[in-house]
Design a protein around this ligand. Structure first.
Ligand code: PGA
Length: 244
């Protein structure tokens, strides 16, 4: 499987910065050796899509589950699609822990993305206290179980395992930690098919190759290190070299 290298820009890079990013982003990877995905802020999506000079897919970082309506500040899956997105990040830990998004809401968003023809990229991951209490498997099974039903019959989706303690902290799961968690996620997905399961949490050029070489790790979802075009290019190169 070609490794997925996804950048989640979070609330960084307005339209001008997005254009500047793509004027410099030139990974030395053979065409098709990695699948590049970007999640810019909604307001930068059009500028990003219009300025990239490498094959890449684009997604939004969040959607609402309604197609339209009185939901001030929200964006629907249909609108994201019309604006050029083909994927939607759903249930990122910052959405869950800063904005209080629940498993039930994550499930509704997965259904909405699928209905609109967006590829859901659903994030799961445990808190440090949960890991320390030996609850990794229980948490991952609960989170995956909450949305798995909405993925039945969906042609394409991805899951991102992002241990909350590793996001933006500089702490990274070891390749063994990632392989263990990815194995649980894959088992919890059951018969849904062999979807890519990405690792996220302080991925950098120096650890990306080892992580994507671990069993069941099909790519990376990168936050902070995706903001700099040269650094993100090095991550793409490291993953391209890691083969399948
Ligand atoms: P990070 O973020 O790479 O900055 O740790 C990952 C993510 O939140 O998707």
């Amino acid at each position: 499987m070609v490794k997925v290298v996804a950048g989640n820009w979070k609330m960084h890079h307005g339209p001008d910065a997005a254009r500047r990013f793509f004027s410099r982003f030139r990974p030395k990877v053979e065409n098709g050796s990695v699948r590049l995905v970007f999640f810019p802020p909604d307001l930068s999506l059009e500028a990003a899509i219009g300025s990239t000079r490498v094959p890449a897919d684009f997604g939004v970082q969040n959607i609402h589950w309604e197609a339209a309506g009185a939901r001030t500040g929200e964006t629907s899956a249909e609108m994201a699609r019309e604006a050029g997105a083909t994927l939607a990040l759903i249930g990122h830990s910052e959405r869950r822990h800063i904005f209080g998004e629940t498993d039930a809401e994550v499930d509704r968003k997965v259904g909405a993305a699928a209905r609109a023809g967006l590829v859901p990229v659903v994030c799961v991951g445990e808190l440090l206290e949960e890991r320390r209490a030996g609850r990794l498997e229980e948490v991952l099974r609960r989170q995956v179980g909450a949305f798995a039903g909405s993925l039945a019959g969906v042609a394409e989706f991805m899951v991102a395992y992002e241990p909350v303690w590793a996001i933006g902290t500089g702490e990274t799961a070891t390749p063994d930690d990632a392989a263990e968690a990815h194995g649980i996620v894959r088992d919890a997905l059951g018969t849904l098919g062999r979807a890519p399961v990405l690792y996220g949490g302080s991925v950098k050029p120096g650890n990306a190759a080892a992580l994507v070489s671990a069993p069941d790790v099909d790519g990376v979802l990168v936050g902070g290190a995706s903001l700099d075009p040269d650094v993100f290019a090095r991550i793409a190169e490291a993953c391209g070299g890691a083969g399948s």
